[in-house]
Design a binder for this molecule. Structure first.
Ligand code: GLN
Length: 492
């Protein structure tokens, strides 16, 4: 079969359980595509063919023996931020080059227990700090829709791999938009769950009060399958929440779009820098939802201007603390010929971390320092609470809130945006993490250069089922999610 990469997760599961093809055939098919096409996309940091084929054989045995799960034998890719026992985990950083974790992240453990086959680890911005995936020490990844453009970031490798059909679906993490924005840039569906829904254990920490893992796939239905595997309480993550997990697949048709109240924040659609095509496509998608029975309600989110400054204090503050563990002694990179202990720390860190990571460590250390702690860090925490309250107030009147996922489509590789320009590109995604809310990106068309545009729907706490269900129904009435980049149409 040459077209296995065209099949949805549900179709793959059916094909495997009915023995139309084996997990080995399917895994080999994806590995061949990676060999043939990934030199153009550069989405994988590490491909693990031997382990993948061994897992595929084990999956085939389980399928034969009748003790398979719904997803046994289906391949996936993990963002290189998830610790994988025996396989390198770099987080896109030279300082973790050749770091091999002695344990699996809980998310990885769960995908293994479900019988999923790991194809390898995919590229990302260094320590998940960025919006282009260009800050990875292994180099940039290409957007499958236009190879001279970025796939977004930080989960750019996950997005590019799925959009080029080099993995059926992938894991990502989202601290300030890193699932939703690359999903938007690459024409995918990506879900950032409620903070605490998915375990952070074994995920290389960026900003611990904001980090959350989630699925990136071609459709809401495909995302639902992966959510069913990765969601849930984990005793190893004290911030994961003891709350029953939905059956996201079974719930896909449970939310009625008819009568759904969708909030349209006035402030969001007046942002300077919102691209006209992005605005038009998002508005068309909202019209479509209106035709399907939803009501659009104009709302106020008065704290919009505070999102970027608040996030860019809190995230670097937490990062500066989290990244203090990389000292050249315990992990990864160590400088050559240190003169003394201070020299070892200083040079290992300045040679091991890239410029954006260093910038954030400096900002964060400054914001947390004794003389400035109250003026910056404590103040940012207070504003964070106001941002959360702004959303809670809005949810008294609407079911979900609509926004673009990003003000633009994908940037050109090497566009070299200034840090401020780059940070402003996160305007639509940051607040969701500051408030701990769930949100989803769905592809809703293309701009004049044929680059994908994404709609973001933000839900109240624990509304993952609702968000997936709304997008699923939208996708049953539209075909944007079925469009493929030219490179994905190529056969291996
Ligand atoms: N672009 C944002 C940042 O650079 C978000 C990254 C993320 O979600 N990991 O911090």
């Amino acid at each position: 079969m040459t077209d296995l990469h065209r099949l949805s997760i549900r179709e793959l599961a059916e094909g495997l359980s009915q023995a139309k093809f084996s997990s080995r055939e399917l895994t080999e098919h994806y590995l061949q595509r990676i060999v043939k096409l990934d030199s153009q996309v550069k989405s994988y940091v590490t491909v693990t063919p031997e382990q993948a084929l061994a897992e595929a054989d084990a999956a085939d045995a389980a399928l034969k023996a009748g003790n398979a799960t719904a997803l046994t034998g289906i391949p996936l890719a993990h963002k290189d931020i998830f610790c994988t026992k025996g396989i390198k985990t770099t987080a896109g950083s030279k300082i973790l080059d050749n770091f091999i974790s002695p344990y699996d992240a809980t998310v990885v453990e769960k995908t293994k227990a479900a019988g999923l086959v790991t194809l390898g680890k995919v590229n990302m911005d260094e320590f998940a700090m960025g919006s282009t995936s260009e800050s990875s020490y292994v180099g940039a990844t290409s957007n499958p829709w236009a190879l001279d453009h970025v796939p977004g970031g930080s989960s750019g490798g996950s997005a590019a791999a799925v959009a080029a059909d080099l993995a059926p679906f992938a894991t990502g993490t989202d601290t300030g938009g890193s699932i939703r924005q690359p999903a938007s840039f690459c024409g995918l569906t990506g879900l950032k769950p409620t903070y605490g829904r998915v375990s952070r254990f074994g995920i290389i920490a960026y900003a611990s009060s904001l980090d959350q893992a989630g699925p990136m796939a071609r459709s809401a239905e495909d995302c639902a399958y992966l959510m069913n595997v990765i969601a849930g309480h984990d005793a190893k993550d004290s911030t994961s929440v003891k709350k029953e997990v939905d059956d996201y697949v079974a719930n896909l048709s449970n939310t009625s779009v008819k009568g759904l109240r969708i909030g349209i924040p006035k402030q969001y659609f007046n942002v300077a820098g919102l691209d006209a095509d992005v605005k038009a496509r998002v508005e068309e998608s909202l019209k479509k939802l209106e035709e399907m029975g939803a009501t659009l309600v104009e709302i106020d989110l008065n704290m919009t201007e505070a999102y970027v400054p608040t996030y860019y204090l809190i995230a670097p503050a937490e990062a500066s603390s989290n990244l203090s563990r990389y000292d050249g002694v315990r992990y990864g990179y160590r400088c050559k010929n240190p003169a003394d202990l201070m020299d070892l720390y200083k040079r290992s860190r300045s040679e091991g971390f890239g410029p954006e990571v260093q910038r954030r460590i400096l900002i964060g250390t400054y914001a947390l320092s004794a003389g400035y702690y109250d003026a910056y860090y404590v103040k940012a925490q207070k504003v964070r609470r106001l941002i959360q309250q702004d959303f809670l107030k809005a949810f008294e009147n609407v079911d979900v809130i609509a926004a673009p996922s990003a003000p633009t489509t994908a940037y050109k590789i090497g566009a070299n945006l200034s840090p401020t320009e780059m940070y402003l590109g996160d305007i639509y995604t940051l607040a969701v993490n500051l408030a701990g809310l769930p949100a989803i990106n769905a592809p809703v068309g293309f701009d004049k250069d044929s680059l994908p545009v994404g709609l973001q729907l933000i839900g109240n706490y624990w509304s993952e089922s609702q968000l997936l269900s709304i997008v699923h129904q939208y996708q049953q009435n539209t075909d944007w999610h079925t469009k493929r980049a030219a490179i994905a149409e190529e056969n291996a």
